[in-house]
Design a protein around this ligand. Structure first.
Ligand SMILES: NC(=O)c1ccc[n+]([C@@H]2O[C@H](COP(=O)([O-])OP(=O)(O)OC[C@H]3O[C@@H](n4cnc5c(N)ncnc54)[C@H](O)[C@@H]3O)[C@@H](O)[C@H]2O)c1
Ligand SMILES: Cc1ncc(CO)c(C(=O)O)c1O
Length: 309
């Protein structure tokens, strides 16, 4: 049974994951190699807890768990039933973490990666007990989005998948077990198909970035939260899909490299909210306001989708 969880990496994803797991009654120890990341995580933990309050996420009868921060990786993983690796999307950085914890974790400890899409089979090559390693792909913001993908690599034991799936369920979240270890798993394959086309349309001047967002959020986005893609095909009619896809599929972007517009921006360190500029520009005040407004709207939508309002 999973009771103690170590989170390695406290950037965009780590603090919200820590808050959500602790709310589920788990004892979390949170570690980052960068002291500034630990301080930032400490300061935003309370915000995530406030959002969980407004979502009505309650703790089990046994009580809420805890989050403890540490700057010592051995301390973080000591006694952990599960280690969640949450460091940047780079195999060599992730492999360094697996090597560092290999001799520190117990024989029963499970290791999960929050990778956005590196096949688990590739990550398993860097750990001594690959049968205990699994993909556990959260969605951002992790304290609000309930779905988590669970992915087995070639060497993952079925019991490891079952334990992580049951853990996710036991704290009121929604596990989806992906049946094949394909790059990007399912959520990001679908998201990146959409993002490739969206970036291409903006880059080719078909539409302005603001209007692209209005079109997708108030058209497909709003609808798809209620009617998933497979159900949408039935709603539209497979005959319509057949006719449209017979001419449209061939015209969609099929570029297999990173779009020049994205490269130009990343080369100029324009990464989005984290750097103050990306597709749009943001002042620090705007970022704070946006984050609050987005959390409030996501909470309200989720409450309605769950039939609670
Ligand atoms: N950002 C997202 O929307 C999102 C969503 C789901 C999954 N993911 C995945 O989750 C993982 C983390 O993403 P993120 O966006 O939180 O990254 P991030 O860059 O915001 O944060 C990564 C953190 O890891 C820390 N770190 C780097 N090396 C470390 C080490 N050796 N030991 C401990 N900490 C270390 C960094 O200091 C940083 O705080 C990635 O694999 C990413 O693909 C990201
Ligand atoms: C652009 C992008 N890439 C990856 C992920 C998750 O792996 C997300 C997300 O969760 O929102 C994302 O937006």
């Amino acid at each position: 049974m999973i009771q103690r969880i170590a989170i390695i990496g406290l950037g965009t994803m780590g603090p919200g994951m820590a808050a959500r797991l602790a709310r589920g009654g788990l004892q979390v120890v949170a570690y980052d190699v960068a002291p500034a990341a630990i301080e930032r995580a400490r300061s935003i933990l309370g915000i995530a807890e406030g959002v969980l309050d407004s979502l009505g996420v309650t703790s089990p009868a046994s009580g809420a768990g805890t989050v403890r921060f540490t700057d010592d990786i051995a301390d973080a993983v000591s006694g952990a039933d599960l280690v969640i690796e949450n460091v940047p999307e780079n195999i060599s950085i992730k492999a360094d973490v697996y090597r560092a914890i290999d001799g520190l974790i117990g024989p029963e400890t499970l290791v999960a990666s929050d990778t956005s899409g590196i096949p688990i089979t590739k990550l398993q090559a860097h750990i001594s007990h690959p049968e205990r390693m699994v993909g556990m792909h959260w969605s951002n913001p992790p304290h609000i989005i309930p779905m988590i993908e669970v992915i087995a690599g070639e060497k993952t034991a079925p019991q490891t998948v079952a334990t992580i799936r049951d853990l996710i369920r036991s704290i009121g979240l929604l596990p989806v077990v992906v049946k094949k270890d394909v790059p990007g798993f399912v959520e990001n394959r679908v998201l990146y198909a959409l993002l490739r086309e969206a970036v291409d349309l903006v880059e080719r001047g078909v539409i302005d970035p603001e209007d692209l967002d209005t079109c997708v959020s108030w058209g497909i986005g709003y609808k798809i939260a209620v009617i998933g893609p497979m159900a949408l095909l039935d709603m539209a009619g497979l005959d319509i899909y057949k006719s449209v896809s017979s001419f449209l599929n061939a015209d969609l972007s099929n570029r297999d490299d990173v779009a020049p517009m994205v490269l130009q921006k990343t080369n100029a360190s324009k990464f989005g909210i984290k750097s103050g500029e990306g597709m749009f520009s943001y002042t620090p005040e705007q970022i704070k306001a946006l984050q609050g407004e987005r959390a409030r709207k996501l909470v309200a939508v989720r409450r309605i989708l769950e039939g609670r309002e």
